[in-house]
Write a protein that binds this ligand. Structure first.
Ligand SMILES: Cc1cc2nc3c(=O)[nH]c(=O)nc-3n(C[C@H](O)[C@H](O)[C@H](O)COP(=O)(O)O)c2cc1C
Length: 226
């Protein structure tokens, strides 16, 4: 695929802005690298240094953001006890929802066990948050919602960049959605600033397996050309 892309840059000899990395072999390596990331849910016990996590976040923050306002904030969950407390608190909130959905107690217990295990077993986790503090403010709810959406998009891009930065050094990661369903519980358990909106949680660690290669929809099914 990357051959095609690079060919199209040069095929008509037209003067075009030269991409920074005008290097077909590097591009195809990068494409292969991007395609090789997998969600990792089993980790070795080996610890992860705080310096490495900080370096990954520094790379993550190179992501684009709406108006360059950088609405991302990060909570590094290095302390396993804190993480256990968080898993328990989020589990309680989830159990309430599951009971309301009519899920039986045995199934609830199984889901909660699996979820807590996924959260507590990795050596580290990062909880991306968003803040609207520096974003634009609108008097009408419609534009305010769009502004918030742009903040969500910006934090998601930075989080994906974090996961790829981790992958580049051989670390595994997995995005866990639980915190987005119980932001108040997360904020209270971790004593976070009121303005920080939890967006999810990324587990981090040295992989104990290669994850699963999950097939993607063919481009022909996901794209319309106009
Ligand atoms: C917004 C978002 C939420 C996700 N939530 C969870 C989750 O709660 N638990 C989990 O195990 N994986 C979660 N994932 C990971 C997806 O299941 C995974 O990306 C998908 O199955 C494709 O697999 P891959 O990442 O290995 O390519 C989430 C991914 C995204 C982007």
């Amino acid at each position: 695929m990357s051959d095609l892309i690079w060919h199209s840059h040069w095929v008509d000899g037209a003067a075009r802005p030269v991409p920074r990395m005008a290097d077909p072999p590097a591009a195809s390596q990068l494409h292969a690298f991007l395609s090789s990331r997998r969600s990792i849910r089993r980790y070795l016990e080996a610890p992860l240094s705080g310096d490495l996590v900080a370096a990954l976040i520094e790379v993550a923050q190179r992501a684009p953001s709406a108006h360059h306002r950088q609405p991302w904030r990060w909570v590094v969950l290095a302390d396993p006890v804190r993480r256990q407390r968080l898993a328990a608190a989020m589990g309680e909130a989830w159990a309430v929802d599951l009971r309301a959905d009519g899920v039986d107690d045995e199934e609830i217990a199984r889901l909660l066990r699996r979820s807590a295990q996924r959260l507590t077993a990795p050596p580290c986790a990062v909880l991306p948050c968003l803040t609207m503090e520096n974003m634009d403010r609108y008097p009408d709810p419609t534009r305010q919602l769009r502004e918030w959406q742009m903040a969500v998009q910006s934090v998601a891009l930075a989080t994906q960049t974090l996961m790829l930065a981790a992958h580049a050094v051989g670390l595994g990661s997995c995005w866990i959605c639980a915190p987005i369903f119980c932001p108040d519980v997360v904020r209270a358990t971790l004593d976070l600033p009121e303005a920080w909106e939890p967006q999810g949680l990324v587990t981090l660690g040295w992989p104990a397996d290669n994850g699963r290669d999950r097939p993607r929809q063919p481009v022909a099914q996901t794209v319309i050309w106009r």
